[in-house]
Design a protein around this ligand. Sequence first.
Ligand SMILES: *[C@@H]1O[C@H](CO)[C@@H](O)[C@H](O)[C@H]1NC(C)=O
Ligand SMILES: *[C@@H]1O[C@H](CO)[C@@H](O)[C@H](O)[C@H]1NC(C)=O
Ligand SMILES: *[C@@H]1O[C@H](CO)[C@@H](O)[C@H](O)[C@H]1NC(C)=O
Ligand SMILES: *[C@@H]1O[C@H](CO)[C@@H](O)[C@H](O)[C@H]1NC(C)=O
Ligand SMILES: *[C@@H]1O[C@H](CO)[C@@H](O)[C@H](O)[C@H]1NC(C)=O
Ligand SMILES: *[C@@H]1O[C@H](CO)[C@@H](O)[C@H](O)[C@H]1NC(C)=O
Ligand SMILES: *[C@@H]1O[C@H](CO)[C@@H](O)[C@H](O)[C@H]1NC(C)=O
Ligand SMILES: *[C@@H]1O[C@H](CO)[C@@H](O)[C@H](O)[C@H]1NC(C)=O
Ligand SMILES: *[C@@H]1O[C@H](CO)[C@@H](O)[C@H](O)[C@H]1NC(C)=O
Ligand SMILES: *[C@@H]1O[C@H](CO)[C@@H](O)[C@H](O)[C@H]1NC(C)=O
Ligand SMILES: *[C@@H]1O[C@H](CO)[C@@H](O)[C@H](O)[C@H]1NC(C)=O
Ligand SMILES: *[C@@H]1O[C@H](CO)[C@@H](O)[C@H](O)[C@H]1NC(C)=O
Length: 581
Amino acid sequence: MMLHHLLSLTALISVLDLASGQSSSSQNTPSTSATAIVSTAGAQISTSTYSQSDVPTGTAIPGNYDGAYRPQVHYSPPQGFMNDPNGMFVDENGTYHLYYQYNPVANVAGRQHWGHATSDDLYTWTNQPIALFPGGPTEGVFSGSAVVDVNNTSGFFPNQTNGVVAMYTINVPENQTQHIAYSYDNGYSFIKYENNPVLVPGGTHPTQYRDPKVIWYEDTQRWVMVVAYPIDFEIGIFSSPNLIDWTPESNFSHYGVTGLQYECPNMVELPVRGANGTEELKWVMLISINPGAPLGGSITEYFVGDFNGTHFEALDSTVRFTDFSKDNYAGQFFYGVAPNEDQITLNWASNWQYTNSVPTAGEQLGDGFRSVMTVPRGHYLKDLPRYGLSLISYPSNIMSIVDSELASNDSLDSRMVLDYSKVESGALYFEANVTGLTTPDSLDGEIYFNFSSSVSGESIAGGTFLGSGDVWLDRGHTDGFPNIFFTDKFSTTGLYNEAEGAWRLSGIIDRSIIEIFINGGELSASSLFFPTHPLDTVELKVAGLNSTATASVAVWSLKAAWSDQADANGIVRGNVTTGSN
Ligand SMILES: *[C@@H]1O[C@H](CO)[C@@H](O)[C@H](O)[C@H]1NC(C)=O
Ligand SMILES: *[C@@H]1O[C@H](CO)[C@@H](O)[C@H](O)[C@H]1NC(C)=O
Ligand SMILES: *[C@@H]1O[C@H](CO)[C@@H](O)[C@H](O)[C@H]1NC(C)=O
Ligand SMILES: *[C@@H]1O[C@H](CO)[C@@H](O)[C@H](O)[C@H]1NC(C)=O
Ligand SMILES: *[C@@H]1O[C@H](CO)[C@@H](O)[C@H](O)[C@H]1NC(C)=O
Ligand SMILES: *[C@@H]1O[C@H](CO)[C@@H](O)[C@H](O)[C@H]1NC(C)=O
Ligand SMILES: *[C@@H]1O[C@H](CO)[C@@H](O)[C@H](O)[C@H]1NC(C)=O
Ligand SMILES: *[C@@H]1O[C@H](CO)[C@@H](O)[C@H](O)[C@H]1NC(C)=O
Ligand SMILES: *[C@@H]1O[C@H](CO)[C@@H](O)[C@H](O)[C@H]1NC(C)=O
Ligand SMILES: *[C@@H]1O[C@H](CO)[C@@H](O)[C@H](O)[C@H]1NC(C)=O
Ligand SMILES: *[C@@H]1O[C@H](CO)[C@@H](O)[C@H](O)[C@H]1NC(C)=O
Ligand SMILES: *[C@@H]1O[C@H](CO)[C@@H](O)[C@H](O)[C@H]1NC(C)=O
């Protein structure tokens, strides 16, 4: 029964891919923005091994980055459909490279390419030409990762120490295999390895083998890869001296919540930041599950443990999730961030239950876009009382994208109501801290926020009750997206840490996405929301606090990192200086 269900699901996905490919090529009528694509000159530097007349090569795809639902400090594609982040690495000059699952020809999933964008601050992005193209009409370039082969272990780089190697899954209806491609020009264009694939599926499910994520393991001087056997609920761990020849070392199997498939594994070493100032490193295995998450659809779970070069062993059997809402999936860690530093992810802020129909796009290519990444999340491990080592997720360097402080208040019963309709980005960052919570009986009161439309009264709200530790988020009072799976309320419970004596809530709201963080990222949530009228009024308050506590709340406007790049026609063109090596 179960198997039958799974196989039909896979078949359904293949049909969906083909259907969207066919329907989009048959609808290949140039719209205004399609004309803009064609007229953006640029020599072809990326390698398209399969000729697809409707997919632009060698030039960034332009997009309109304004509009009621278009986030301004989050990455979203110029047009078409985006899902998983891929190939993320930071190069020697500190430029972050994001690749992503990209359908450049339709506003729904299908025709998988690797889109590409770069950033120096992780908030202000430059779109680059598509970096990886399928090799045939039934092929999709599925998710994967990238590394910098500084020591030329692959032998691909006779004359440089900054060669990039990408490893990814090629999907065809018959099977999924792992491939590599290398780049001489810092990841802007790739050459596919001539002896691909480097790994073929074992086992009994040849169509279920995907999402390789590669790291360098210093102790054994080998590359280590994790890859999903999705419907077997196994994460394969492989090692390689050269990124070409891979040895299976072990499987991490049947851990946690399985849902119906495991996808997009990551294994990463993170600093444990102890309250006593000492530091050690621990490993974390992250697995994305879809479908079948506890809240429906897609979610990511993780396990803290040890890794010795061949085997990952979890410290305990506790299942922990990266988020308590529904829009955080397939996150990937950047390769190349120094090992003792906080590591950084971007995560796909959507859910397969509804991603193909969210109202950020219409039917026609060029009419909007679909999907957005979370803000960059900084990560370390923290030993939480009773709960144990936990992944902390906070917005990385958020102050770098702040425009100005709009208001702040330090009174015990602070309440601010602000009209932010004049903030160009429509994006805000906010913080509310309560400190001096010296004993459990001082835990009175609440932190509350509400963003609303002065026109329609629609709102998104949330907060936390200090006494119980309950945290909540409600996106139900927005009317732009009626969908049975677009769950409206989320909640979880946070831990009071007597040693810290504080309760903190912070968040980013950005036109159609809100992300909130409790106690510096001990809990976090990413939630899409779609009001029919832009939200323009913020209420932020702390109330009912014990007189021994102290409070501090503040709201900042964020820069319009995308709209600020637009030309006179309102179009963001990305890197148009490409073409010479
Ligand atoms: C880093 O900057 C140096 C000096 O401008 C340049 O030669 C090198 O190619 C750059 N590396 C990357 C990965 O862009
Ligand atoms: C490169 O070589 C150095 C020196 O042998 C070694 O310490 C380092 O781990 C290697 N790194 C990679 C990514 O190959
Ligand atoms: C990189 O490897 C290739 C193939 O083994 C070799 O020809 C080349 O000399 C190497 N380059 C360096 C800098 O070691
Ligand atoms: C490095 O080698 C590659 C492959 O032979 C070549 O395409 C590229 O132009 C070379 N780069 C430099 C800077 O010599
Ligand atoms: C995967 O399917 C393709 C297309 O049918 C076929 O050419 C290839 O040999 C298959 N690979 C494996 C490892 O089965
Ligand atoms: C891991 O699991 C897969 C799928 O069940 C299986 O084919 C493979 O042999 C296993 N690998 C190891 C090292 O146990
Ligand atoms: C410091 O904290 C860490 C993590 O909680 C713990 O493992 C370690 O034993 C502590 N060290 C000292 C000296 O207290
Ligand atoms: C890693 O741990 C596993 C399981 O404990 C053990 O079998 C294996 O020998 C260890 N490998 C190394 C390289 O220490
Ligand atoms: C802080 O909030 C309180 C309660 O709403 C209000 O009375 C007070 O004027 C505010 N202070 C500032 C500086 O805005
Ligand atoms: C306020 O907190 C103190 C401890 O800091 C506690 O003794 C007191 O009962 C609390 N007041 C109220 C009204 O709960
Ligand atoms: C809230 O607390 C954090 C952590 O101590 C601090 O960095 C931040 O400035 C505080 N924010 C406000 C508004 O006081
Ligand atoms: C544009 O792309 C070229 C590679 O084609 C790269 O060298 C350059 O740094 C890029 N410029 C920007 C602003 O991203």
